[in-house]
Each structure stands twice: as structure tokens, then as C-alpha cells.
Design a protein around this ligand. Structure first.
Ligand SMILES: [Zn+2]
Ligand SMILES: [Zn+2]
Length: 192
């Protein structure tokens, strides 16, 4: 496949016989688009997404199985250090022929076919399948390491770089107010 675009990617399964129990494998090298991301993680635009696919013909349709590898970039939610990891994504989906769907609807009603994927001709739309599985695999709160101590609330330094006894002498809030009062008097005196 010469078209490496992730968005709109389609797999042509014309070569898969319609009789049951045949298998075809495909390898695609897709390129990450600029919108494969959440608020906390992103697959960097332009990075490679190798995808290995096996399609298997069954009596009622086609079993689609894929494995994709993606690079992920994020910031640690505690210390804001950059995180770069690579992740394997497995996708498995059954596509039913329209005939199979019609038969199941006859047997079990509309509820029986709710949410089932329908095989439309010789094409399988890859983008939604891959996108859903990639984005849902992102950690909700990425961490540089499970025991990351984060940053000091006061000075913003990483705890990992600070001595164990690091602390700040905090003014009593009542004195802080007074200090502010004296600053004000001071500047007013300068103005007059
Ligand atoms: Zn961290
Ligand atoms: Zn500090």
C-alpha cells in the first residue's frame, strides 16, 4: 500500500476468499497525523505506525486482528518531565456480512445486532478501529516513574534533585499581612 496516511486509511480485502477459513496478512507503515492525541498524550505527528494485520474469513463474516506500534509523548503529571514510550496496540474486531446481520435480526430482534460491525464490500475502514484503540490505551495520568515525587509546592524544584531536609521558612500569614502593610506605608512615604 503506497498511501501511508493514517486518516482515512482503508484495508482492501479483495484477495481474501469469501469461503470460510481463509487467511490473509498485511503489513502497513502508516504515518501519524497531527490529531492522534488527548489532553495529556500524543503520538508525535509524522512518526511511523507499523501495523500488522490478519484477516480471517468465517461463515458469518471476517475476523480482523491487528497489532500496531506507536510512539507516545507526554509530560509527567507530577514533575512535568518529558516521557517518551512506545506501545503495542492489539485490535480485534468481527465484521459480519449483511446477510448474517439480517439473519441475526430475524432471530434476536434489533437488540441482537446492536453494536455489531457490518462488512461493507471488500473494504475495512482502519482509521476508526486503530484510533479508538490507540487513544484508549493512553494512560490517564502519565508518570515518569511510578514513585515520582513531583515538585516542591513552594519553589517548584523537583524533589528528586532536592536534599531530604529541603524546606521553606514560611511566614505566619498574620505577619505576612503586616509585612505587606509596612511595604505600603514605605511606598506612600516615598511618593509624598
Ligand atoms: Zn515525574
Ligand atoms: Zn522548595
Amino acid at each position: 500500500m503506497s498511501n501511508r496516511k493514517f486518516n482515512g486509511a482503508v484495508l482492501d480485502i479483495t484477495t481474501l476468499p469469501t469461503e470460510p477459513d481463509h487467511e490473509r496478512t498485511f503489513h502497513l507503515d502508516l504515518i501519524a497525523p497531527d490529531d492522534l492525541k488527548t489532553a495529556v498524550m500524543a503520538v508525535p505527528e509524522g512518526s511511523d505506525i507499523p501495523v500488522d494485520i490478519t484477516v480471517h474469513s468465517l461463515i458469518d463474516g471476517v475476523l480482523f486482528q491487528a497489532n500496531a506500534t506507536v510512539d507516545l509523548h507526554a509530560e509527567c503529571v507530577r514533575c512535568l518531565d518529558p516521557i517518551k514510550i512506545s506501545r503495542d496496540i492489539d485490535v480485534s474486531e468481527m465484521f459480519f456480512t449483511p446477510e448474517a446481520i439480517a439473519r441475526m435480526r430475524d432471530e434476536h430482534g434489533d437488540e441482537g445486532v446492536e453494536g455489531l460491525e457490518v462488512l461493507e464490500g471488500d473494504k475495512i475502514e482502519l482509521e476508526p478501529l486503530l484510533r479508538d484503540n490507540i487513544v484508549t490505551s493512553f494512560p490517564y495520568q502519565p508518570l515518569c516513574s511510578q514513585d515520582c515525587q513531583g515538585l516542591c509546592d513552594v519553589c517548584g524544584e523537583k524533589w528528586a534533585n532536592l536534599p531530604d531536609d529541603h524546606k521553606h521558612e514560611l511566614l505566619d500569614p498574620r505577619f505576612a499581612k503586616l509585612a505587606g502593610f509596612f511595604d505600603k506605608v514605605d511606598s506612600e512615604q516615598k511618593e509624598s
